[in-house]
Structures are given as structure tokens and as C-alpha cells.
Design a protein around this ligand. Structure first.
Ligand SMILES: Cc1cc2nc3c(=O)[nH]c(=O)nc-3n(C[C@H](O)[C@H](O)[C@H](O)COP(=O)(O)O)c2cc1C
Length: 188
């Protein structure tokens, strides 16, 4: 699939078929994540591939809704998709130069590196017919315990991975005229 087509036709998928995803296909998706650029090529991201139904269910229970009594729309997808990928980052690498924080963003650059990798992952998944949805609204402490993530690493996001069982509507995007400036901020 051509890159622009993949970018424009990918959708967040929250309903999955039970069809299994084979190891080779998962490897294609992880390979795309592996090749993403990172701060000084420090490659802080780590991926946990979850197939175990009990662990998927525990992960689904960590998702939070946007308000009291409203479930996260991705909860069921985490519970029922054949695979869930939990993405973590090693801390103290991205955003550092000679062991010291190098910019005003502190150590937050690990979020950037994880985002680049997971964007590659979701686009590659889409290109081979798989669905994903970035999930960020969960109790990170509980996920850390469930996944036994060691000190010095933190969980950033998770995504279900499987064959889509829905064709969601396109979510609108701002027009370029709303988000692009020329020469100086605010100049159109
Ligand atoms: C950082 C991040 C966190 C997100 N967290 C959630 C989430 O917790 N639950 C969910 O259902 N969708 C989540 N989403 C998906 C967004 O709602 C979705 O990408 C957006 O509405 C645009 O839709 P599209 O992906 O189909 O283009 C998240 C997306 C991003 C980038």
C-alpha cells in the first residue's frame, strides 16, 4: 500500500474478528516499529505482544472512561482482539545528552519516540489488512503491575491488533489553512 493511501485510509478500529493473527504478520508490524527514528538512535521503545486472554482481560479492566459511568470505547477491543501490543519506554535515554537532560522538554522525548514507532506500527498493520487503535487512557500503575514492567521503564500506550470487524466513519481533520503558518507563527 502506498504511504499516503495508508495514512489517509487508516482508522481507529474498536471491533475485531476472532480470526487469529499469525506470528509472521505480527513480525511485519513490529519490524515497521523497529525502523522508526529515535533520539540519537537510542531506541527506548519496548513492545509486549499479548495473546493470553486472561492478561488481555486484565488490561481491558485498566482502561478508564472519559467520565464516570462511561467505559473507554476501546475496552472491548482490548478484551476481544486476538492480540494486544503494550508499548513501553526505557527512561533516561531519549532527550538526554551525555547523561543530562538536553532540552526544555525534559525527558518527555520518550513519548515522541514511542509515538513515531507506534505510528509506523499502526500504518504497517493497516497496510496488511489489520486494525489498531492507540489507547492512552488507562491506569498506568495497574498496567505496570500486570505486565511486570521493571523500574526504569514505563508503559505509554497499548493497541489491540486484529482483523477489523467494522468500517468506521472518517473522523474529520482541521484544514491546512487552520494549522499551517508561513514564515512566522500566525502568518497565513
Ligand atoms: C495518544 C492517543 C491516545 C488515544 N487514546 C484512546 C483511548 O484511550 N481510547 C480510544 O478509544 N481511542 C483512543 N485514541 C484514538 C483517537 O480517539 C483517534 O485516533 C481519533 O479519534 C481519530 O480517529 P482515527 O484514528 O480513526 O483517525 C487515542 C489516540 C491517540 C493518538
Amino acid at each position: 500500500m502506498e504511504v499516503m493511501e495508508a495514512i489517509k485510509t487508516r482508522r481507529s478500529i474498536r471491533k475485531y474478528k476472532t480470526t487469529p493473527v499469525d506470528d509472521k504478520t505480527i513480525e511485519v508490524v513490529l519490524e515497521a516499529a523497529r525502523w522508526a527514528p529515535s533520539w540519537k538512535n537510542t531506541q527506548c521503545r519496548r513492545f509486549i505482544v499479548v495473546r493470553d486472554d486472561k492478561i488481555k482481560s486484565q488490561l481491558a479492566n485498566t482502561l478508564r472512561g472519559t467520565k464516570e459511568g462511561v467505559a473507554n470505547p476501546a475496552s472491548n477491543a482490548i478484551r476481544t482482539a486476538p492480540v494486544v501490543i503494550v508499548v513501553c519506554a526505557e527512561l533516561g535515554k531519549s532527550g538526554y545528552n551525555l547523561g543530562k537532560i538536553a532540552t526544555d522538554k525534559g525527558d518527555l522525548w520518550y513519548m515522541f519516540d514511542v509515538a513515531l514507532a507506534t505510528q509506523n506500527l499502526t500504518l504497517a498493520a493497516h497496510s496488511v489488512g489489520l486494525g489498531t487503535v492507540h489507547v492512552g487512557l488507562f491506569d498506568a500503575k495497574r498496567v505496570t503491575d500486570i505486565m511486570e514492567i521493571p523500574p526504569g521503564f514505563c508503559v505509554v500506550e497499548m493497541t489491540p491488533l486484529g482483523y477489523p470487524d467494522e468500517e468506521p466513519e472518517v473522523r474529520p481533520r482541521k484544514e491546512l489553512s487552520e494549522i499551517v503558518f508561513y514564515d512566522k507563527y500566525g502568518s497565513r
